[in-house]
Design a protein around this ligand. Structure first.
Ligand code: 5AD
Ligand code: SF4
Length: 426
């Protein structure tokens, strides 16, 4: 969602005559679009602000702005804490960025705005997309779930679904603009539409979008096990362009911890949903998010998480150590394990998942897969990088004119986090 919002901020600036500048020391405006989901994100931002202080001393006209979740959470006090900042704007104020920037330039005063508006929509704002053939499409904003560890509902507000008609129109227009892959965004896409009257639910929306001609791939993140339904799996199974990848956060494999996290499903229900996905779509990939060291997690609870990870056979997992966030319910929970125990659990989890990811990728060696070529590989500029429908990264040798196209490659080598392929010449 932050990447999507950043493309909107960049679009606003481009419309006002600014250009993207890679080199920070040449920039006239620097904008941080922040995350605050874990303390490490805050830390990274504060570190960067130190570097910016030096730049600002050399170039006093430089304008430094901070938006996003950290800005929403910390508010105007950031301007006092960090004198190098000029503008602070909240998660619901992106549509006002142009106005705030003009205010700063005209008046010379520092500005901040954190108003929180219901039905806040950024879809009509201009966009500067990183890749012309890929687009993020936000189908809803905010979240009503209040998982006890999570700050998102406090900084992004309550769930608000966009009208299906508007989403479909936006996607049609994107295809006219050359987009062939879209990623639908929502904190909990399976609850899409529950706050609207007489509109479509998520599988119905998917079905409608999958009929748009010229669109080659549709992805969606993030699914929530409590609202996930087989209808969604059925629609994905029946469509060529709906990608067979499900990002399906588990968070913990212990029913006690899941309850303390307010996740509203059990590990048994979770595993049953996964079985159903694999039964209906045998080549589906399933990825997840897992938190270790939640305050009430014991070693036995953690072993249950390892057990679910073993059974679920995730393709990959984002793993996190619990990070206390002020204002959330879990901040009041007594923490029963030490940092060493948490680090130890974290590395055991990462080891187990890396082995499973490697095993699942080994299975793809020798297979021919369609990939959408996105760019040069970050690791090796002589290679191209693309993604399979299952969202696996494949690096292969090929000409740069393949970027933006779907090509067929034979997988010749598997690593835990990416694959190496060979272009098939038809
Ligand atoms: N500590 C650690 N991880 C967190 N996440 C959300 N809040 C926290 C927190 N306080 C993780 C969850 C979520 C992902 C986006 O970030 O796993 O799914
Ligand atoms: Fe946070 Fe839970 Fe909402 Fe995800 S579903 S954004 S973890 S509160």
């Amino acid at each position: 969602m932050n990447k999507h919002d950043s493309e909107k901020i960049a679009g606003i600036l481009q419309d006002s005559g600014f250009q993207y500048e890679k080199d920070l020391s040449n920039a006239d405006i620097i904008i941080f679009n922040t995350c605050t989901v874990r303390e490490s994100a805050d830390g990274r931002l504060f570190g960067q602000l130190g570097n910016i202080k030096r730049l600002k001393e050399e170039k006093p006209d430089l304008i430094v702005a901070i938006g996003g979740c950290l800005a929403q959470s910390y508010g105007g006090k950031l301007l006092f804490q960090f004198p190098q900042l000029d503008i602070v704007f909240g998660t619901h104020n992106i549509n006002r960025f142009s106005y705030l920037l003009n205010e700063r330039i005209k008046s010379g005063n520092k500005v901040f705005e954190l108003k929180s508006e219901d039905n806040y929509d950024v879809s009509c704002l201009p966009t500067l997309r990183e890749k012309p053939f890929l687009a993020w499409v936000s189908i809803m904003r905010g979240c009503n779930n209040f998982c006890s560890y999570c700050i998102v509902p406090y900084v992004r507000g309550k769930q608000w679904s966009r009208s299906a008609y508007e989403i479909i129109e936006e996607v049609k227009n994107l295809t006219l603009d050359g987009v062939i892959e879209i990623t639908l965004l929502g904190q909990n896409v399976n609850s899409y539409g529950k706050d609207l009257n007489d509109e479509m639910n998520f599988p119905q929306l998917l079905e409608k979008l999958s009929q748009i001609s010229k669109l080659k791939r549709i992805r969606f993140i993030t699914s929530h096990p409590k609202d996930f339904d087989n209808e969604t799996v059925k629609v994905v199974a029946e469509s060529e362009i709906l990608c067979n990848h499900f990002h399906f956060p588990l968070q913990s494999g212990s029913n006690k911890v899941l309850q303390d996290m307010n996740r509203r499903y059990t590990k048994e229900q979770y595993l049953k949903l996964i079985d159903e996905i694999y039964r209906m779509i045998p080549d589906a990939s399933i990825t997840t998010d897992i938190i270790v060291g939640f305050p009430t997690e014991t070693e036995e609870d953690f072993l249950e998480t390892l057990d679910v990870v073993e059974k679920a056979k995730f393709d990959s997992a984002f793993t996190f150590i619990y990070s206390p966030r002020s204002g959330t319910k879990a901040i009041g929970f007594k923490d029963i394990s030490s940092n060493e125990e948490k680090m130890n659990r974290f590395s055991r989890l990462v080891d187990k998942q890396t082995n499973i990811s490697q095993m699942k990728n080994n299975y793809l060696i020798g297979k021919n897969l369609d990939i959408l070529v996105e760019d040069f590989s970050k690791k090796d500029k002589k290679m191209l990088m693309g993604r399979t429908k299952t969202n696996k990264i494949v690096n292969f040798k090929g000409d740069s004119n393949l970027i933006g196209k779907i090509v067929n490659v034979k997988i010749i080598l598997a690593k835990a986090h990416y694959l190496i392929g060979e272009l098939k010449i038809n």
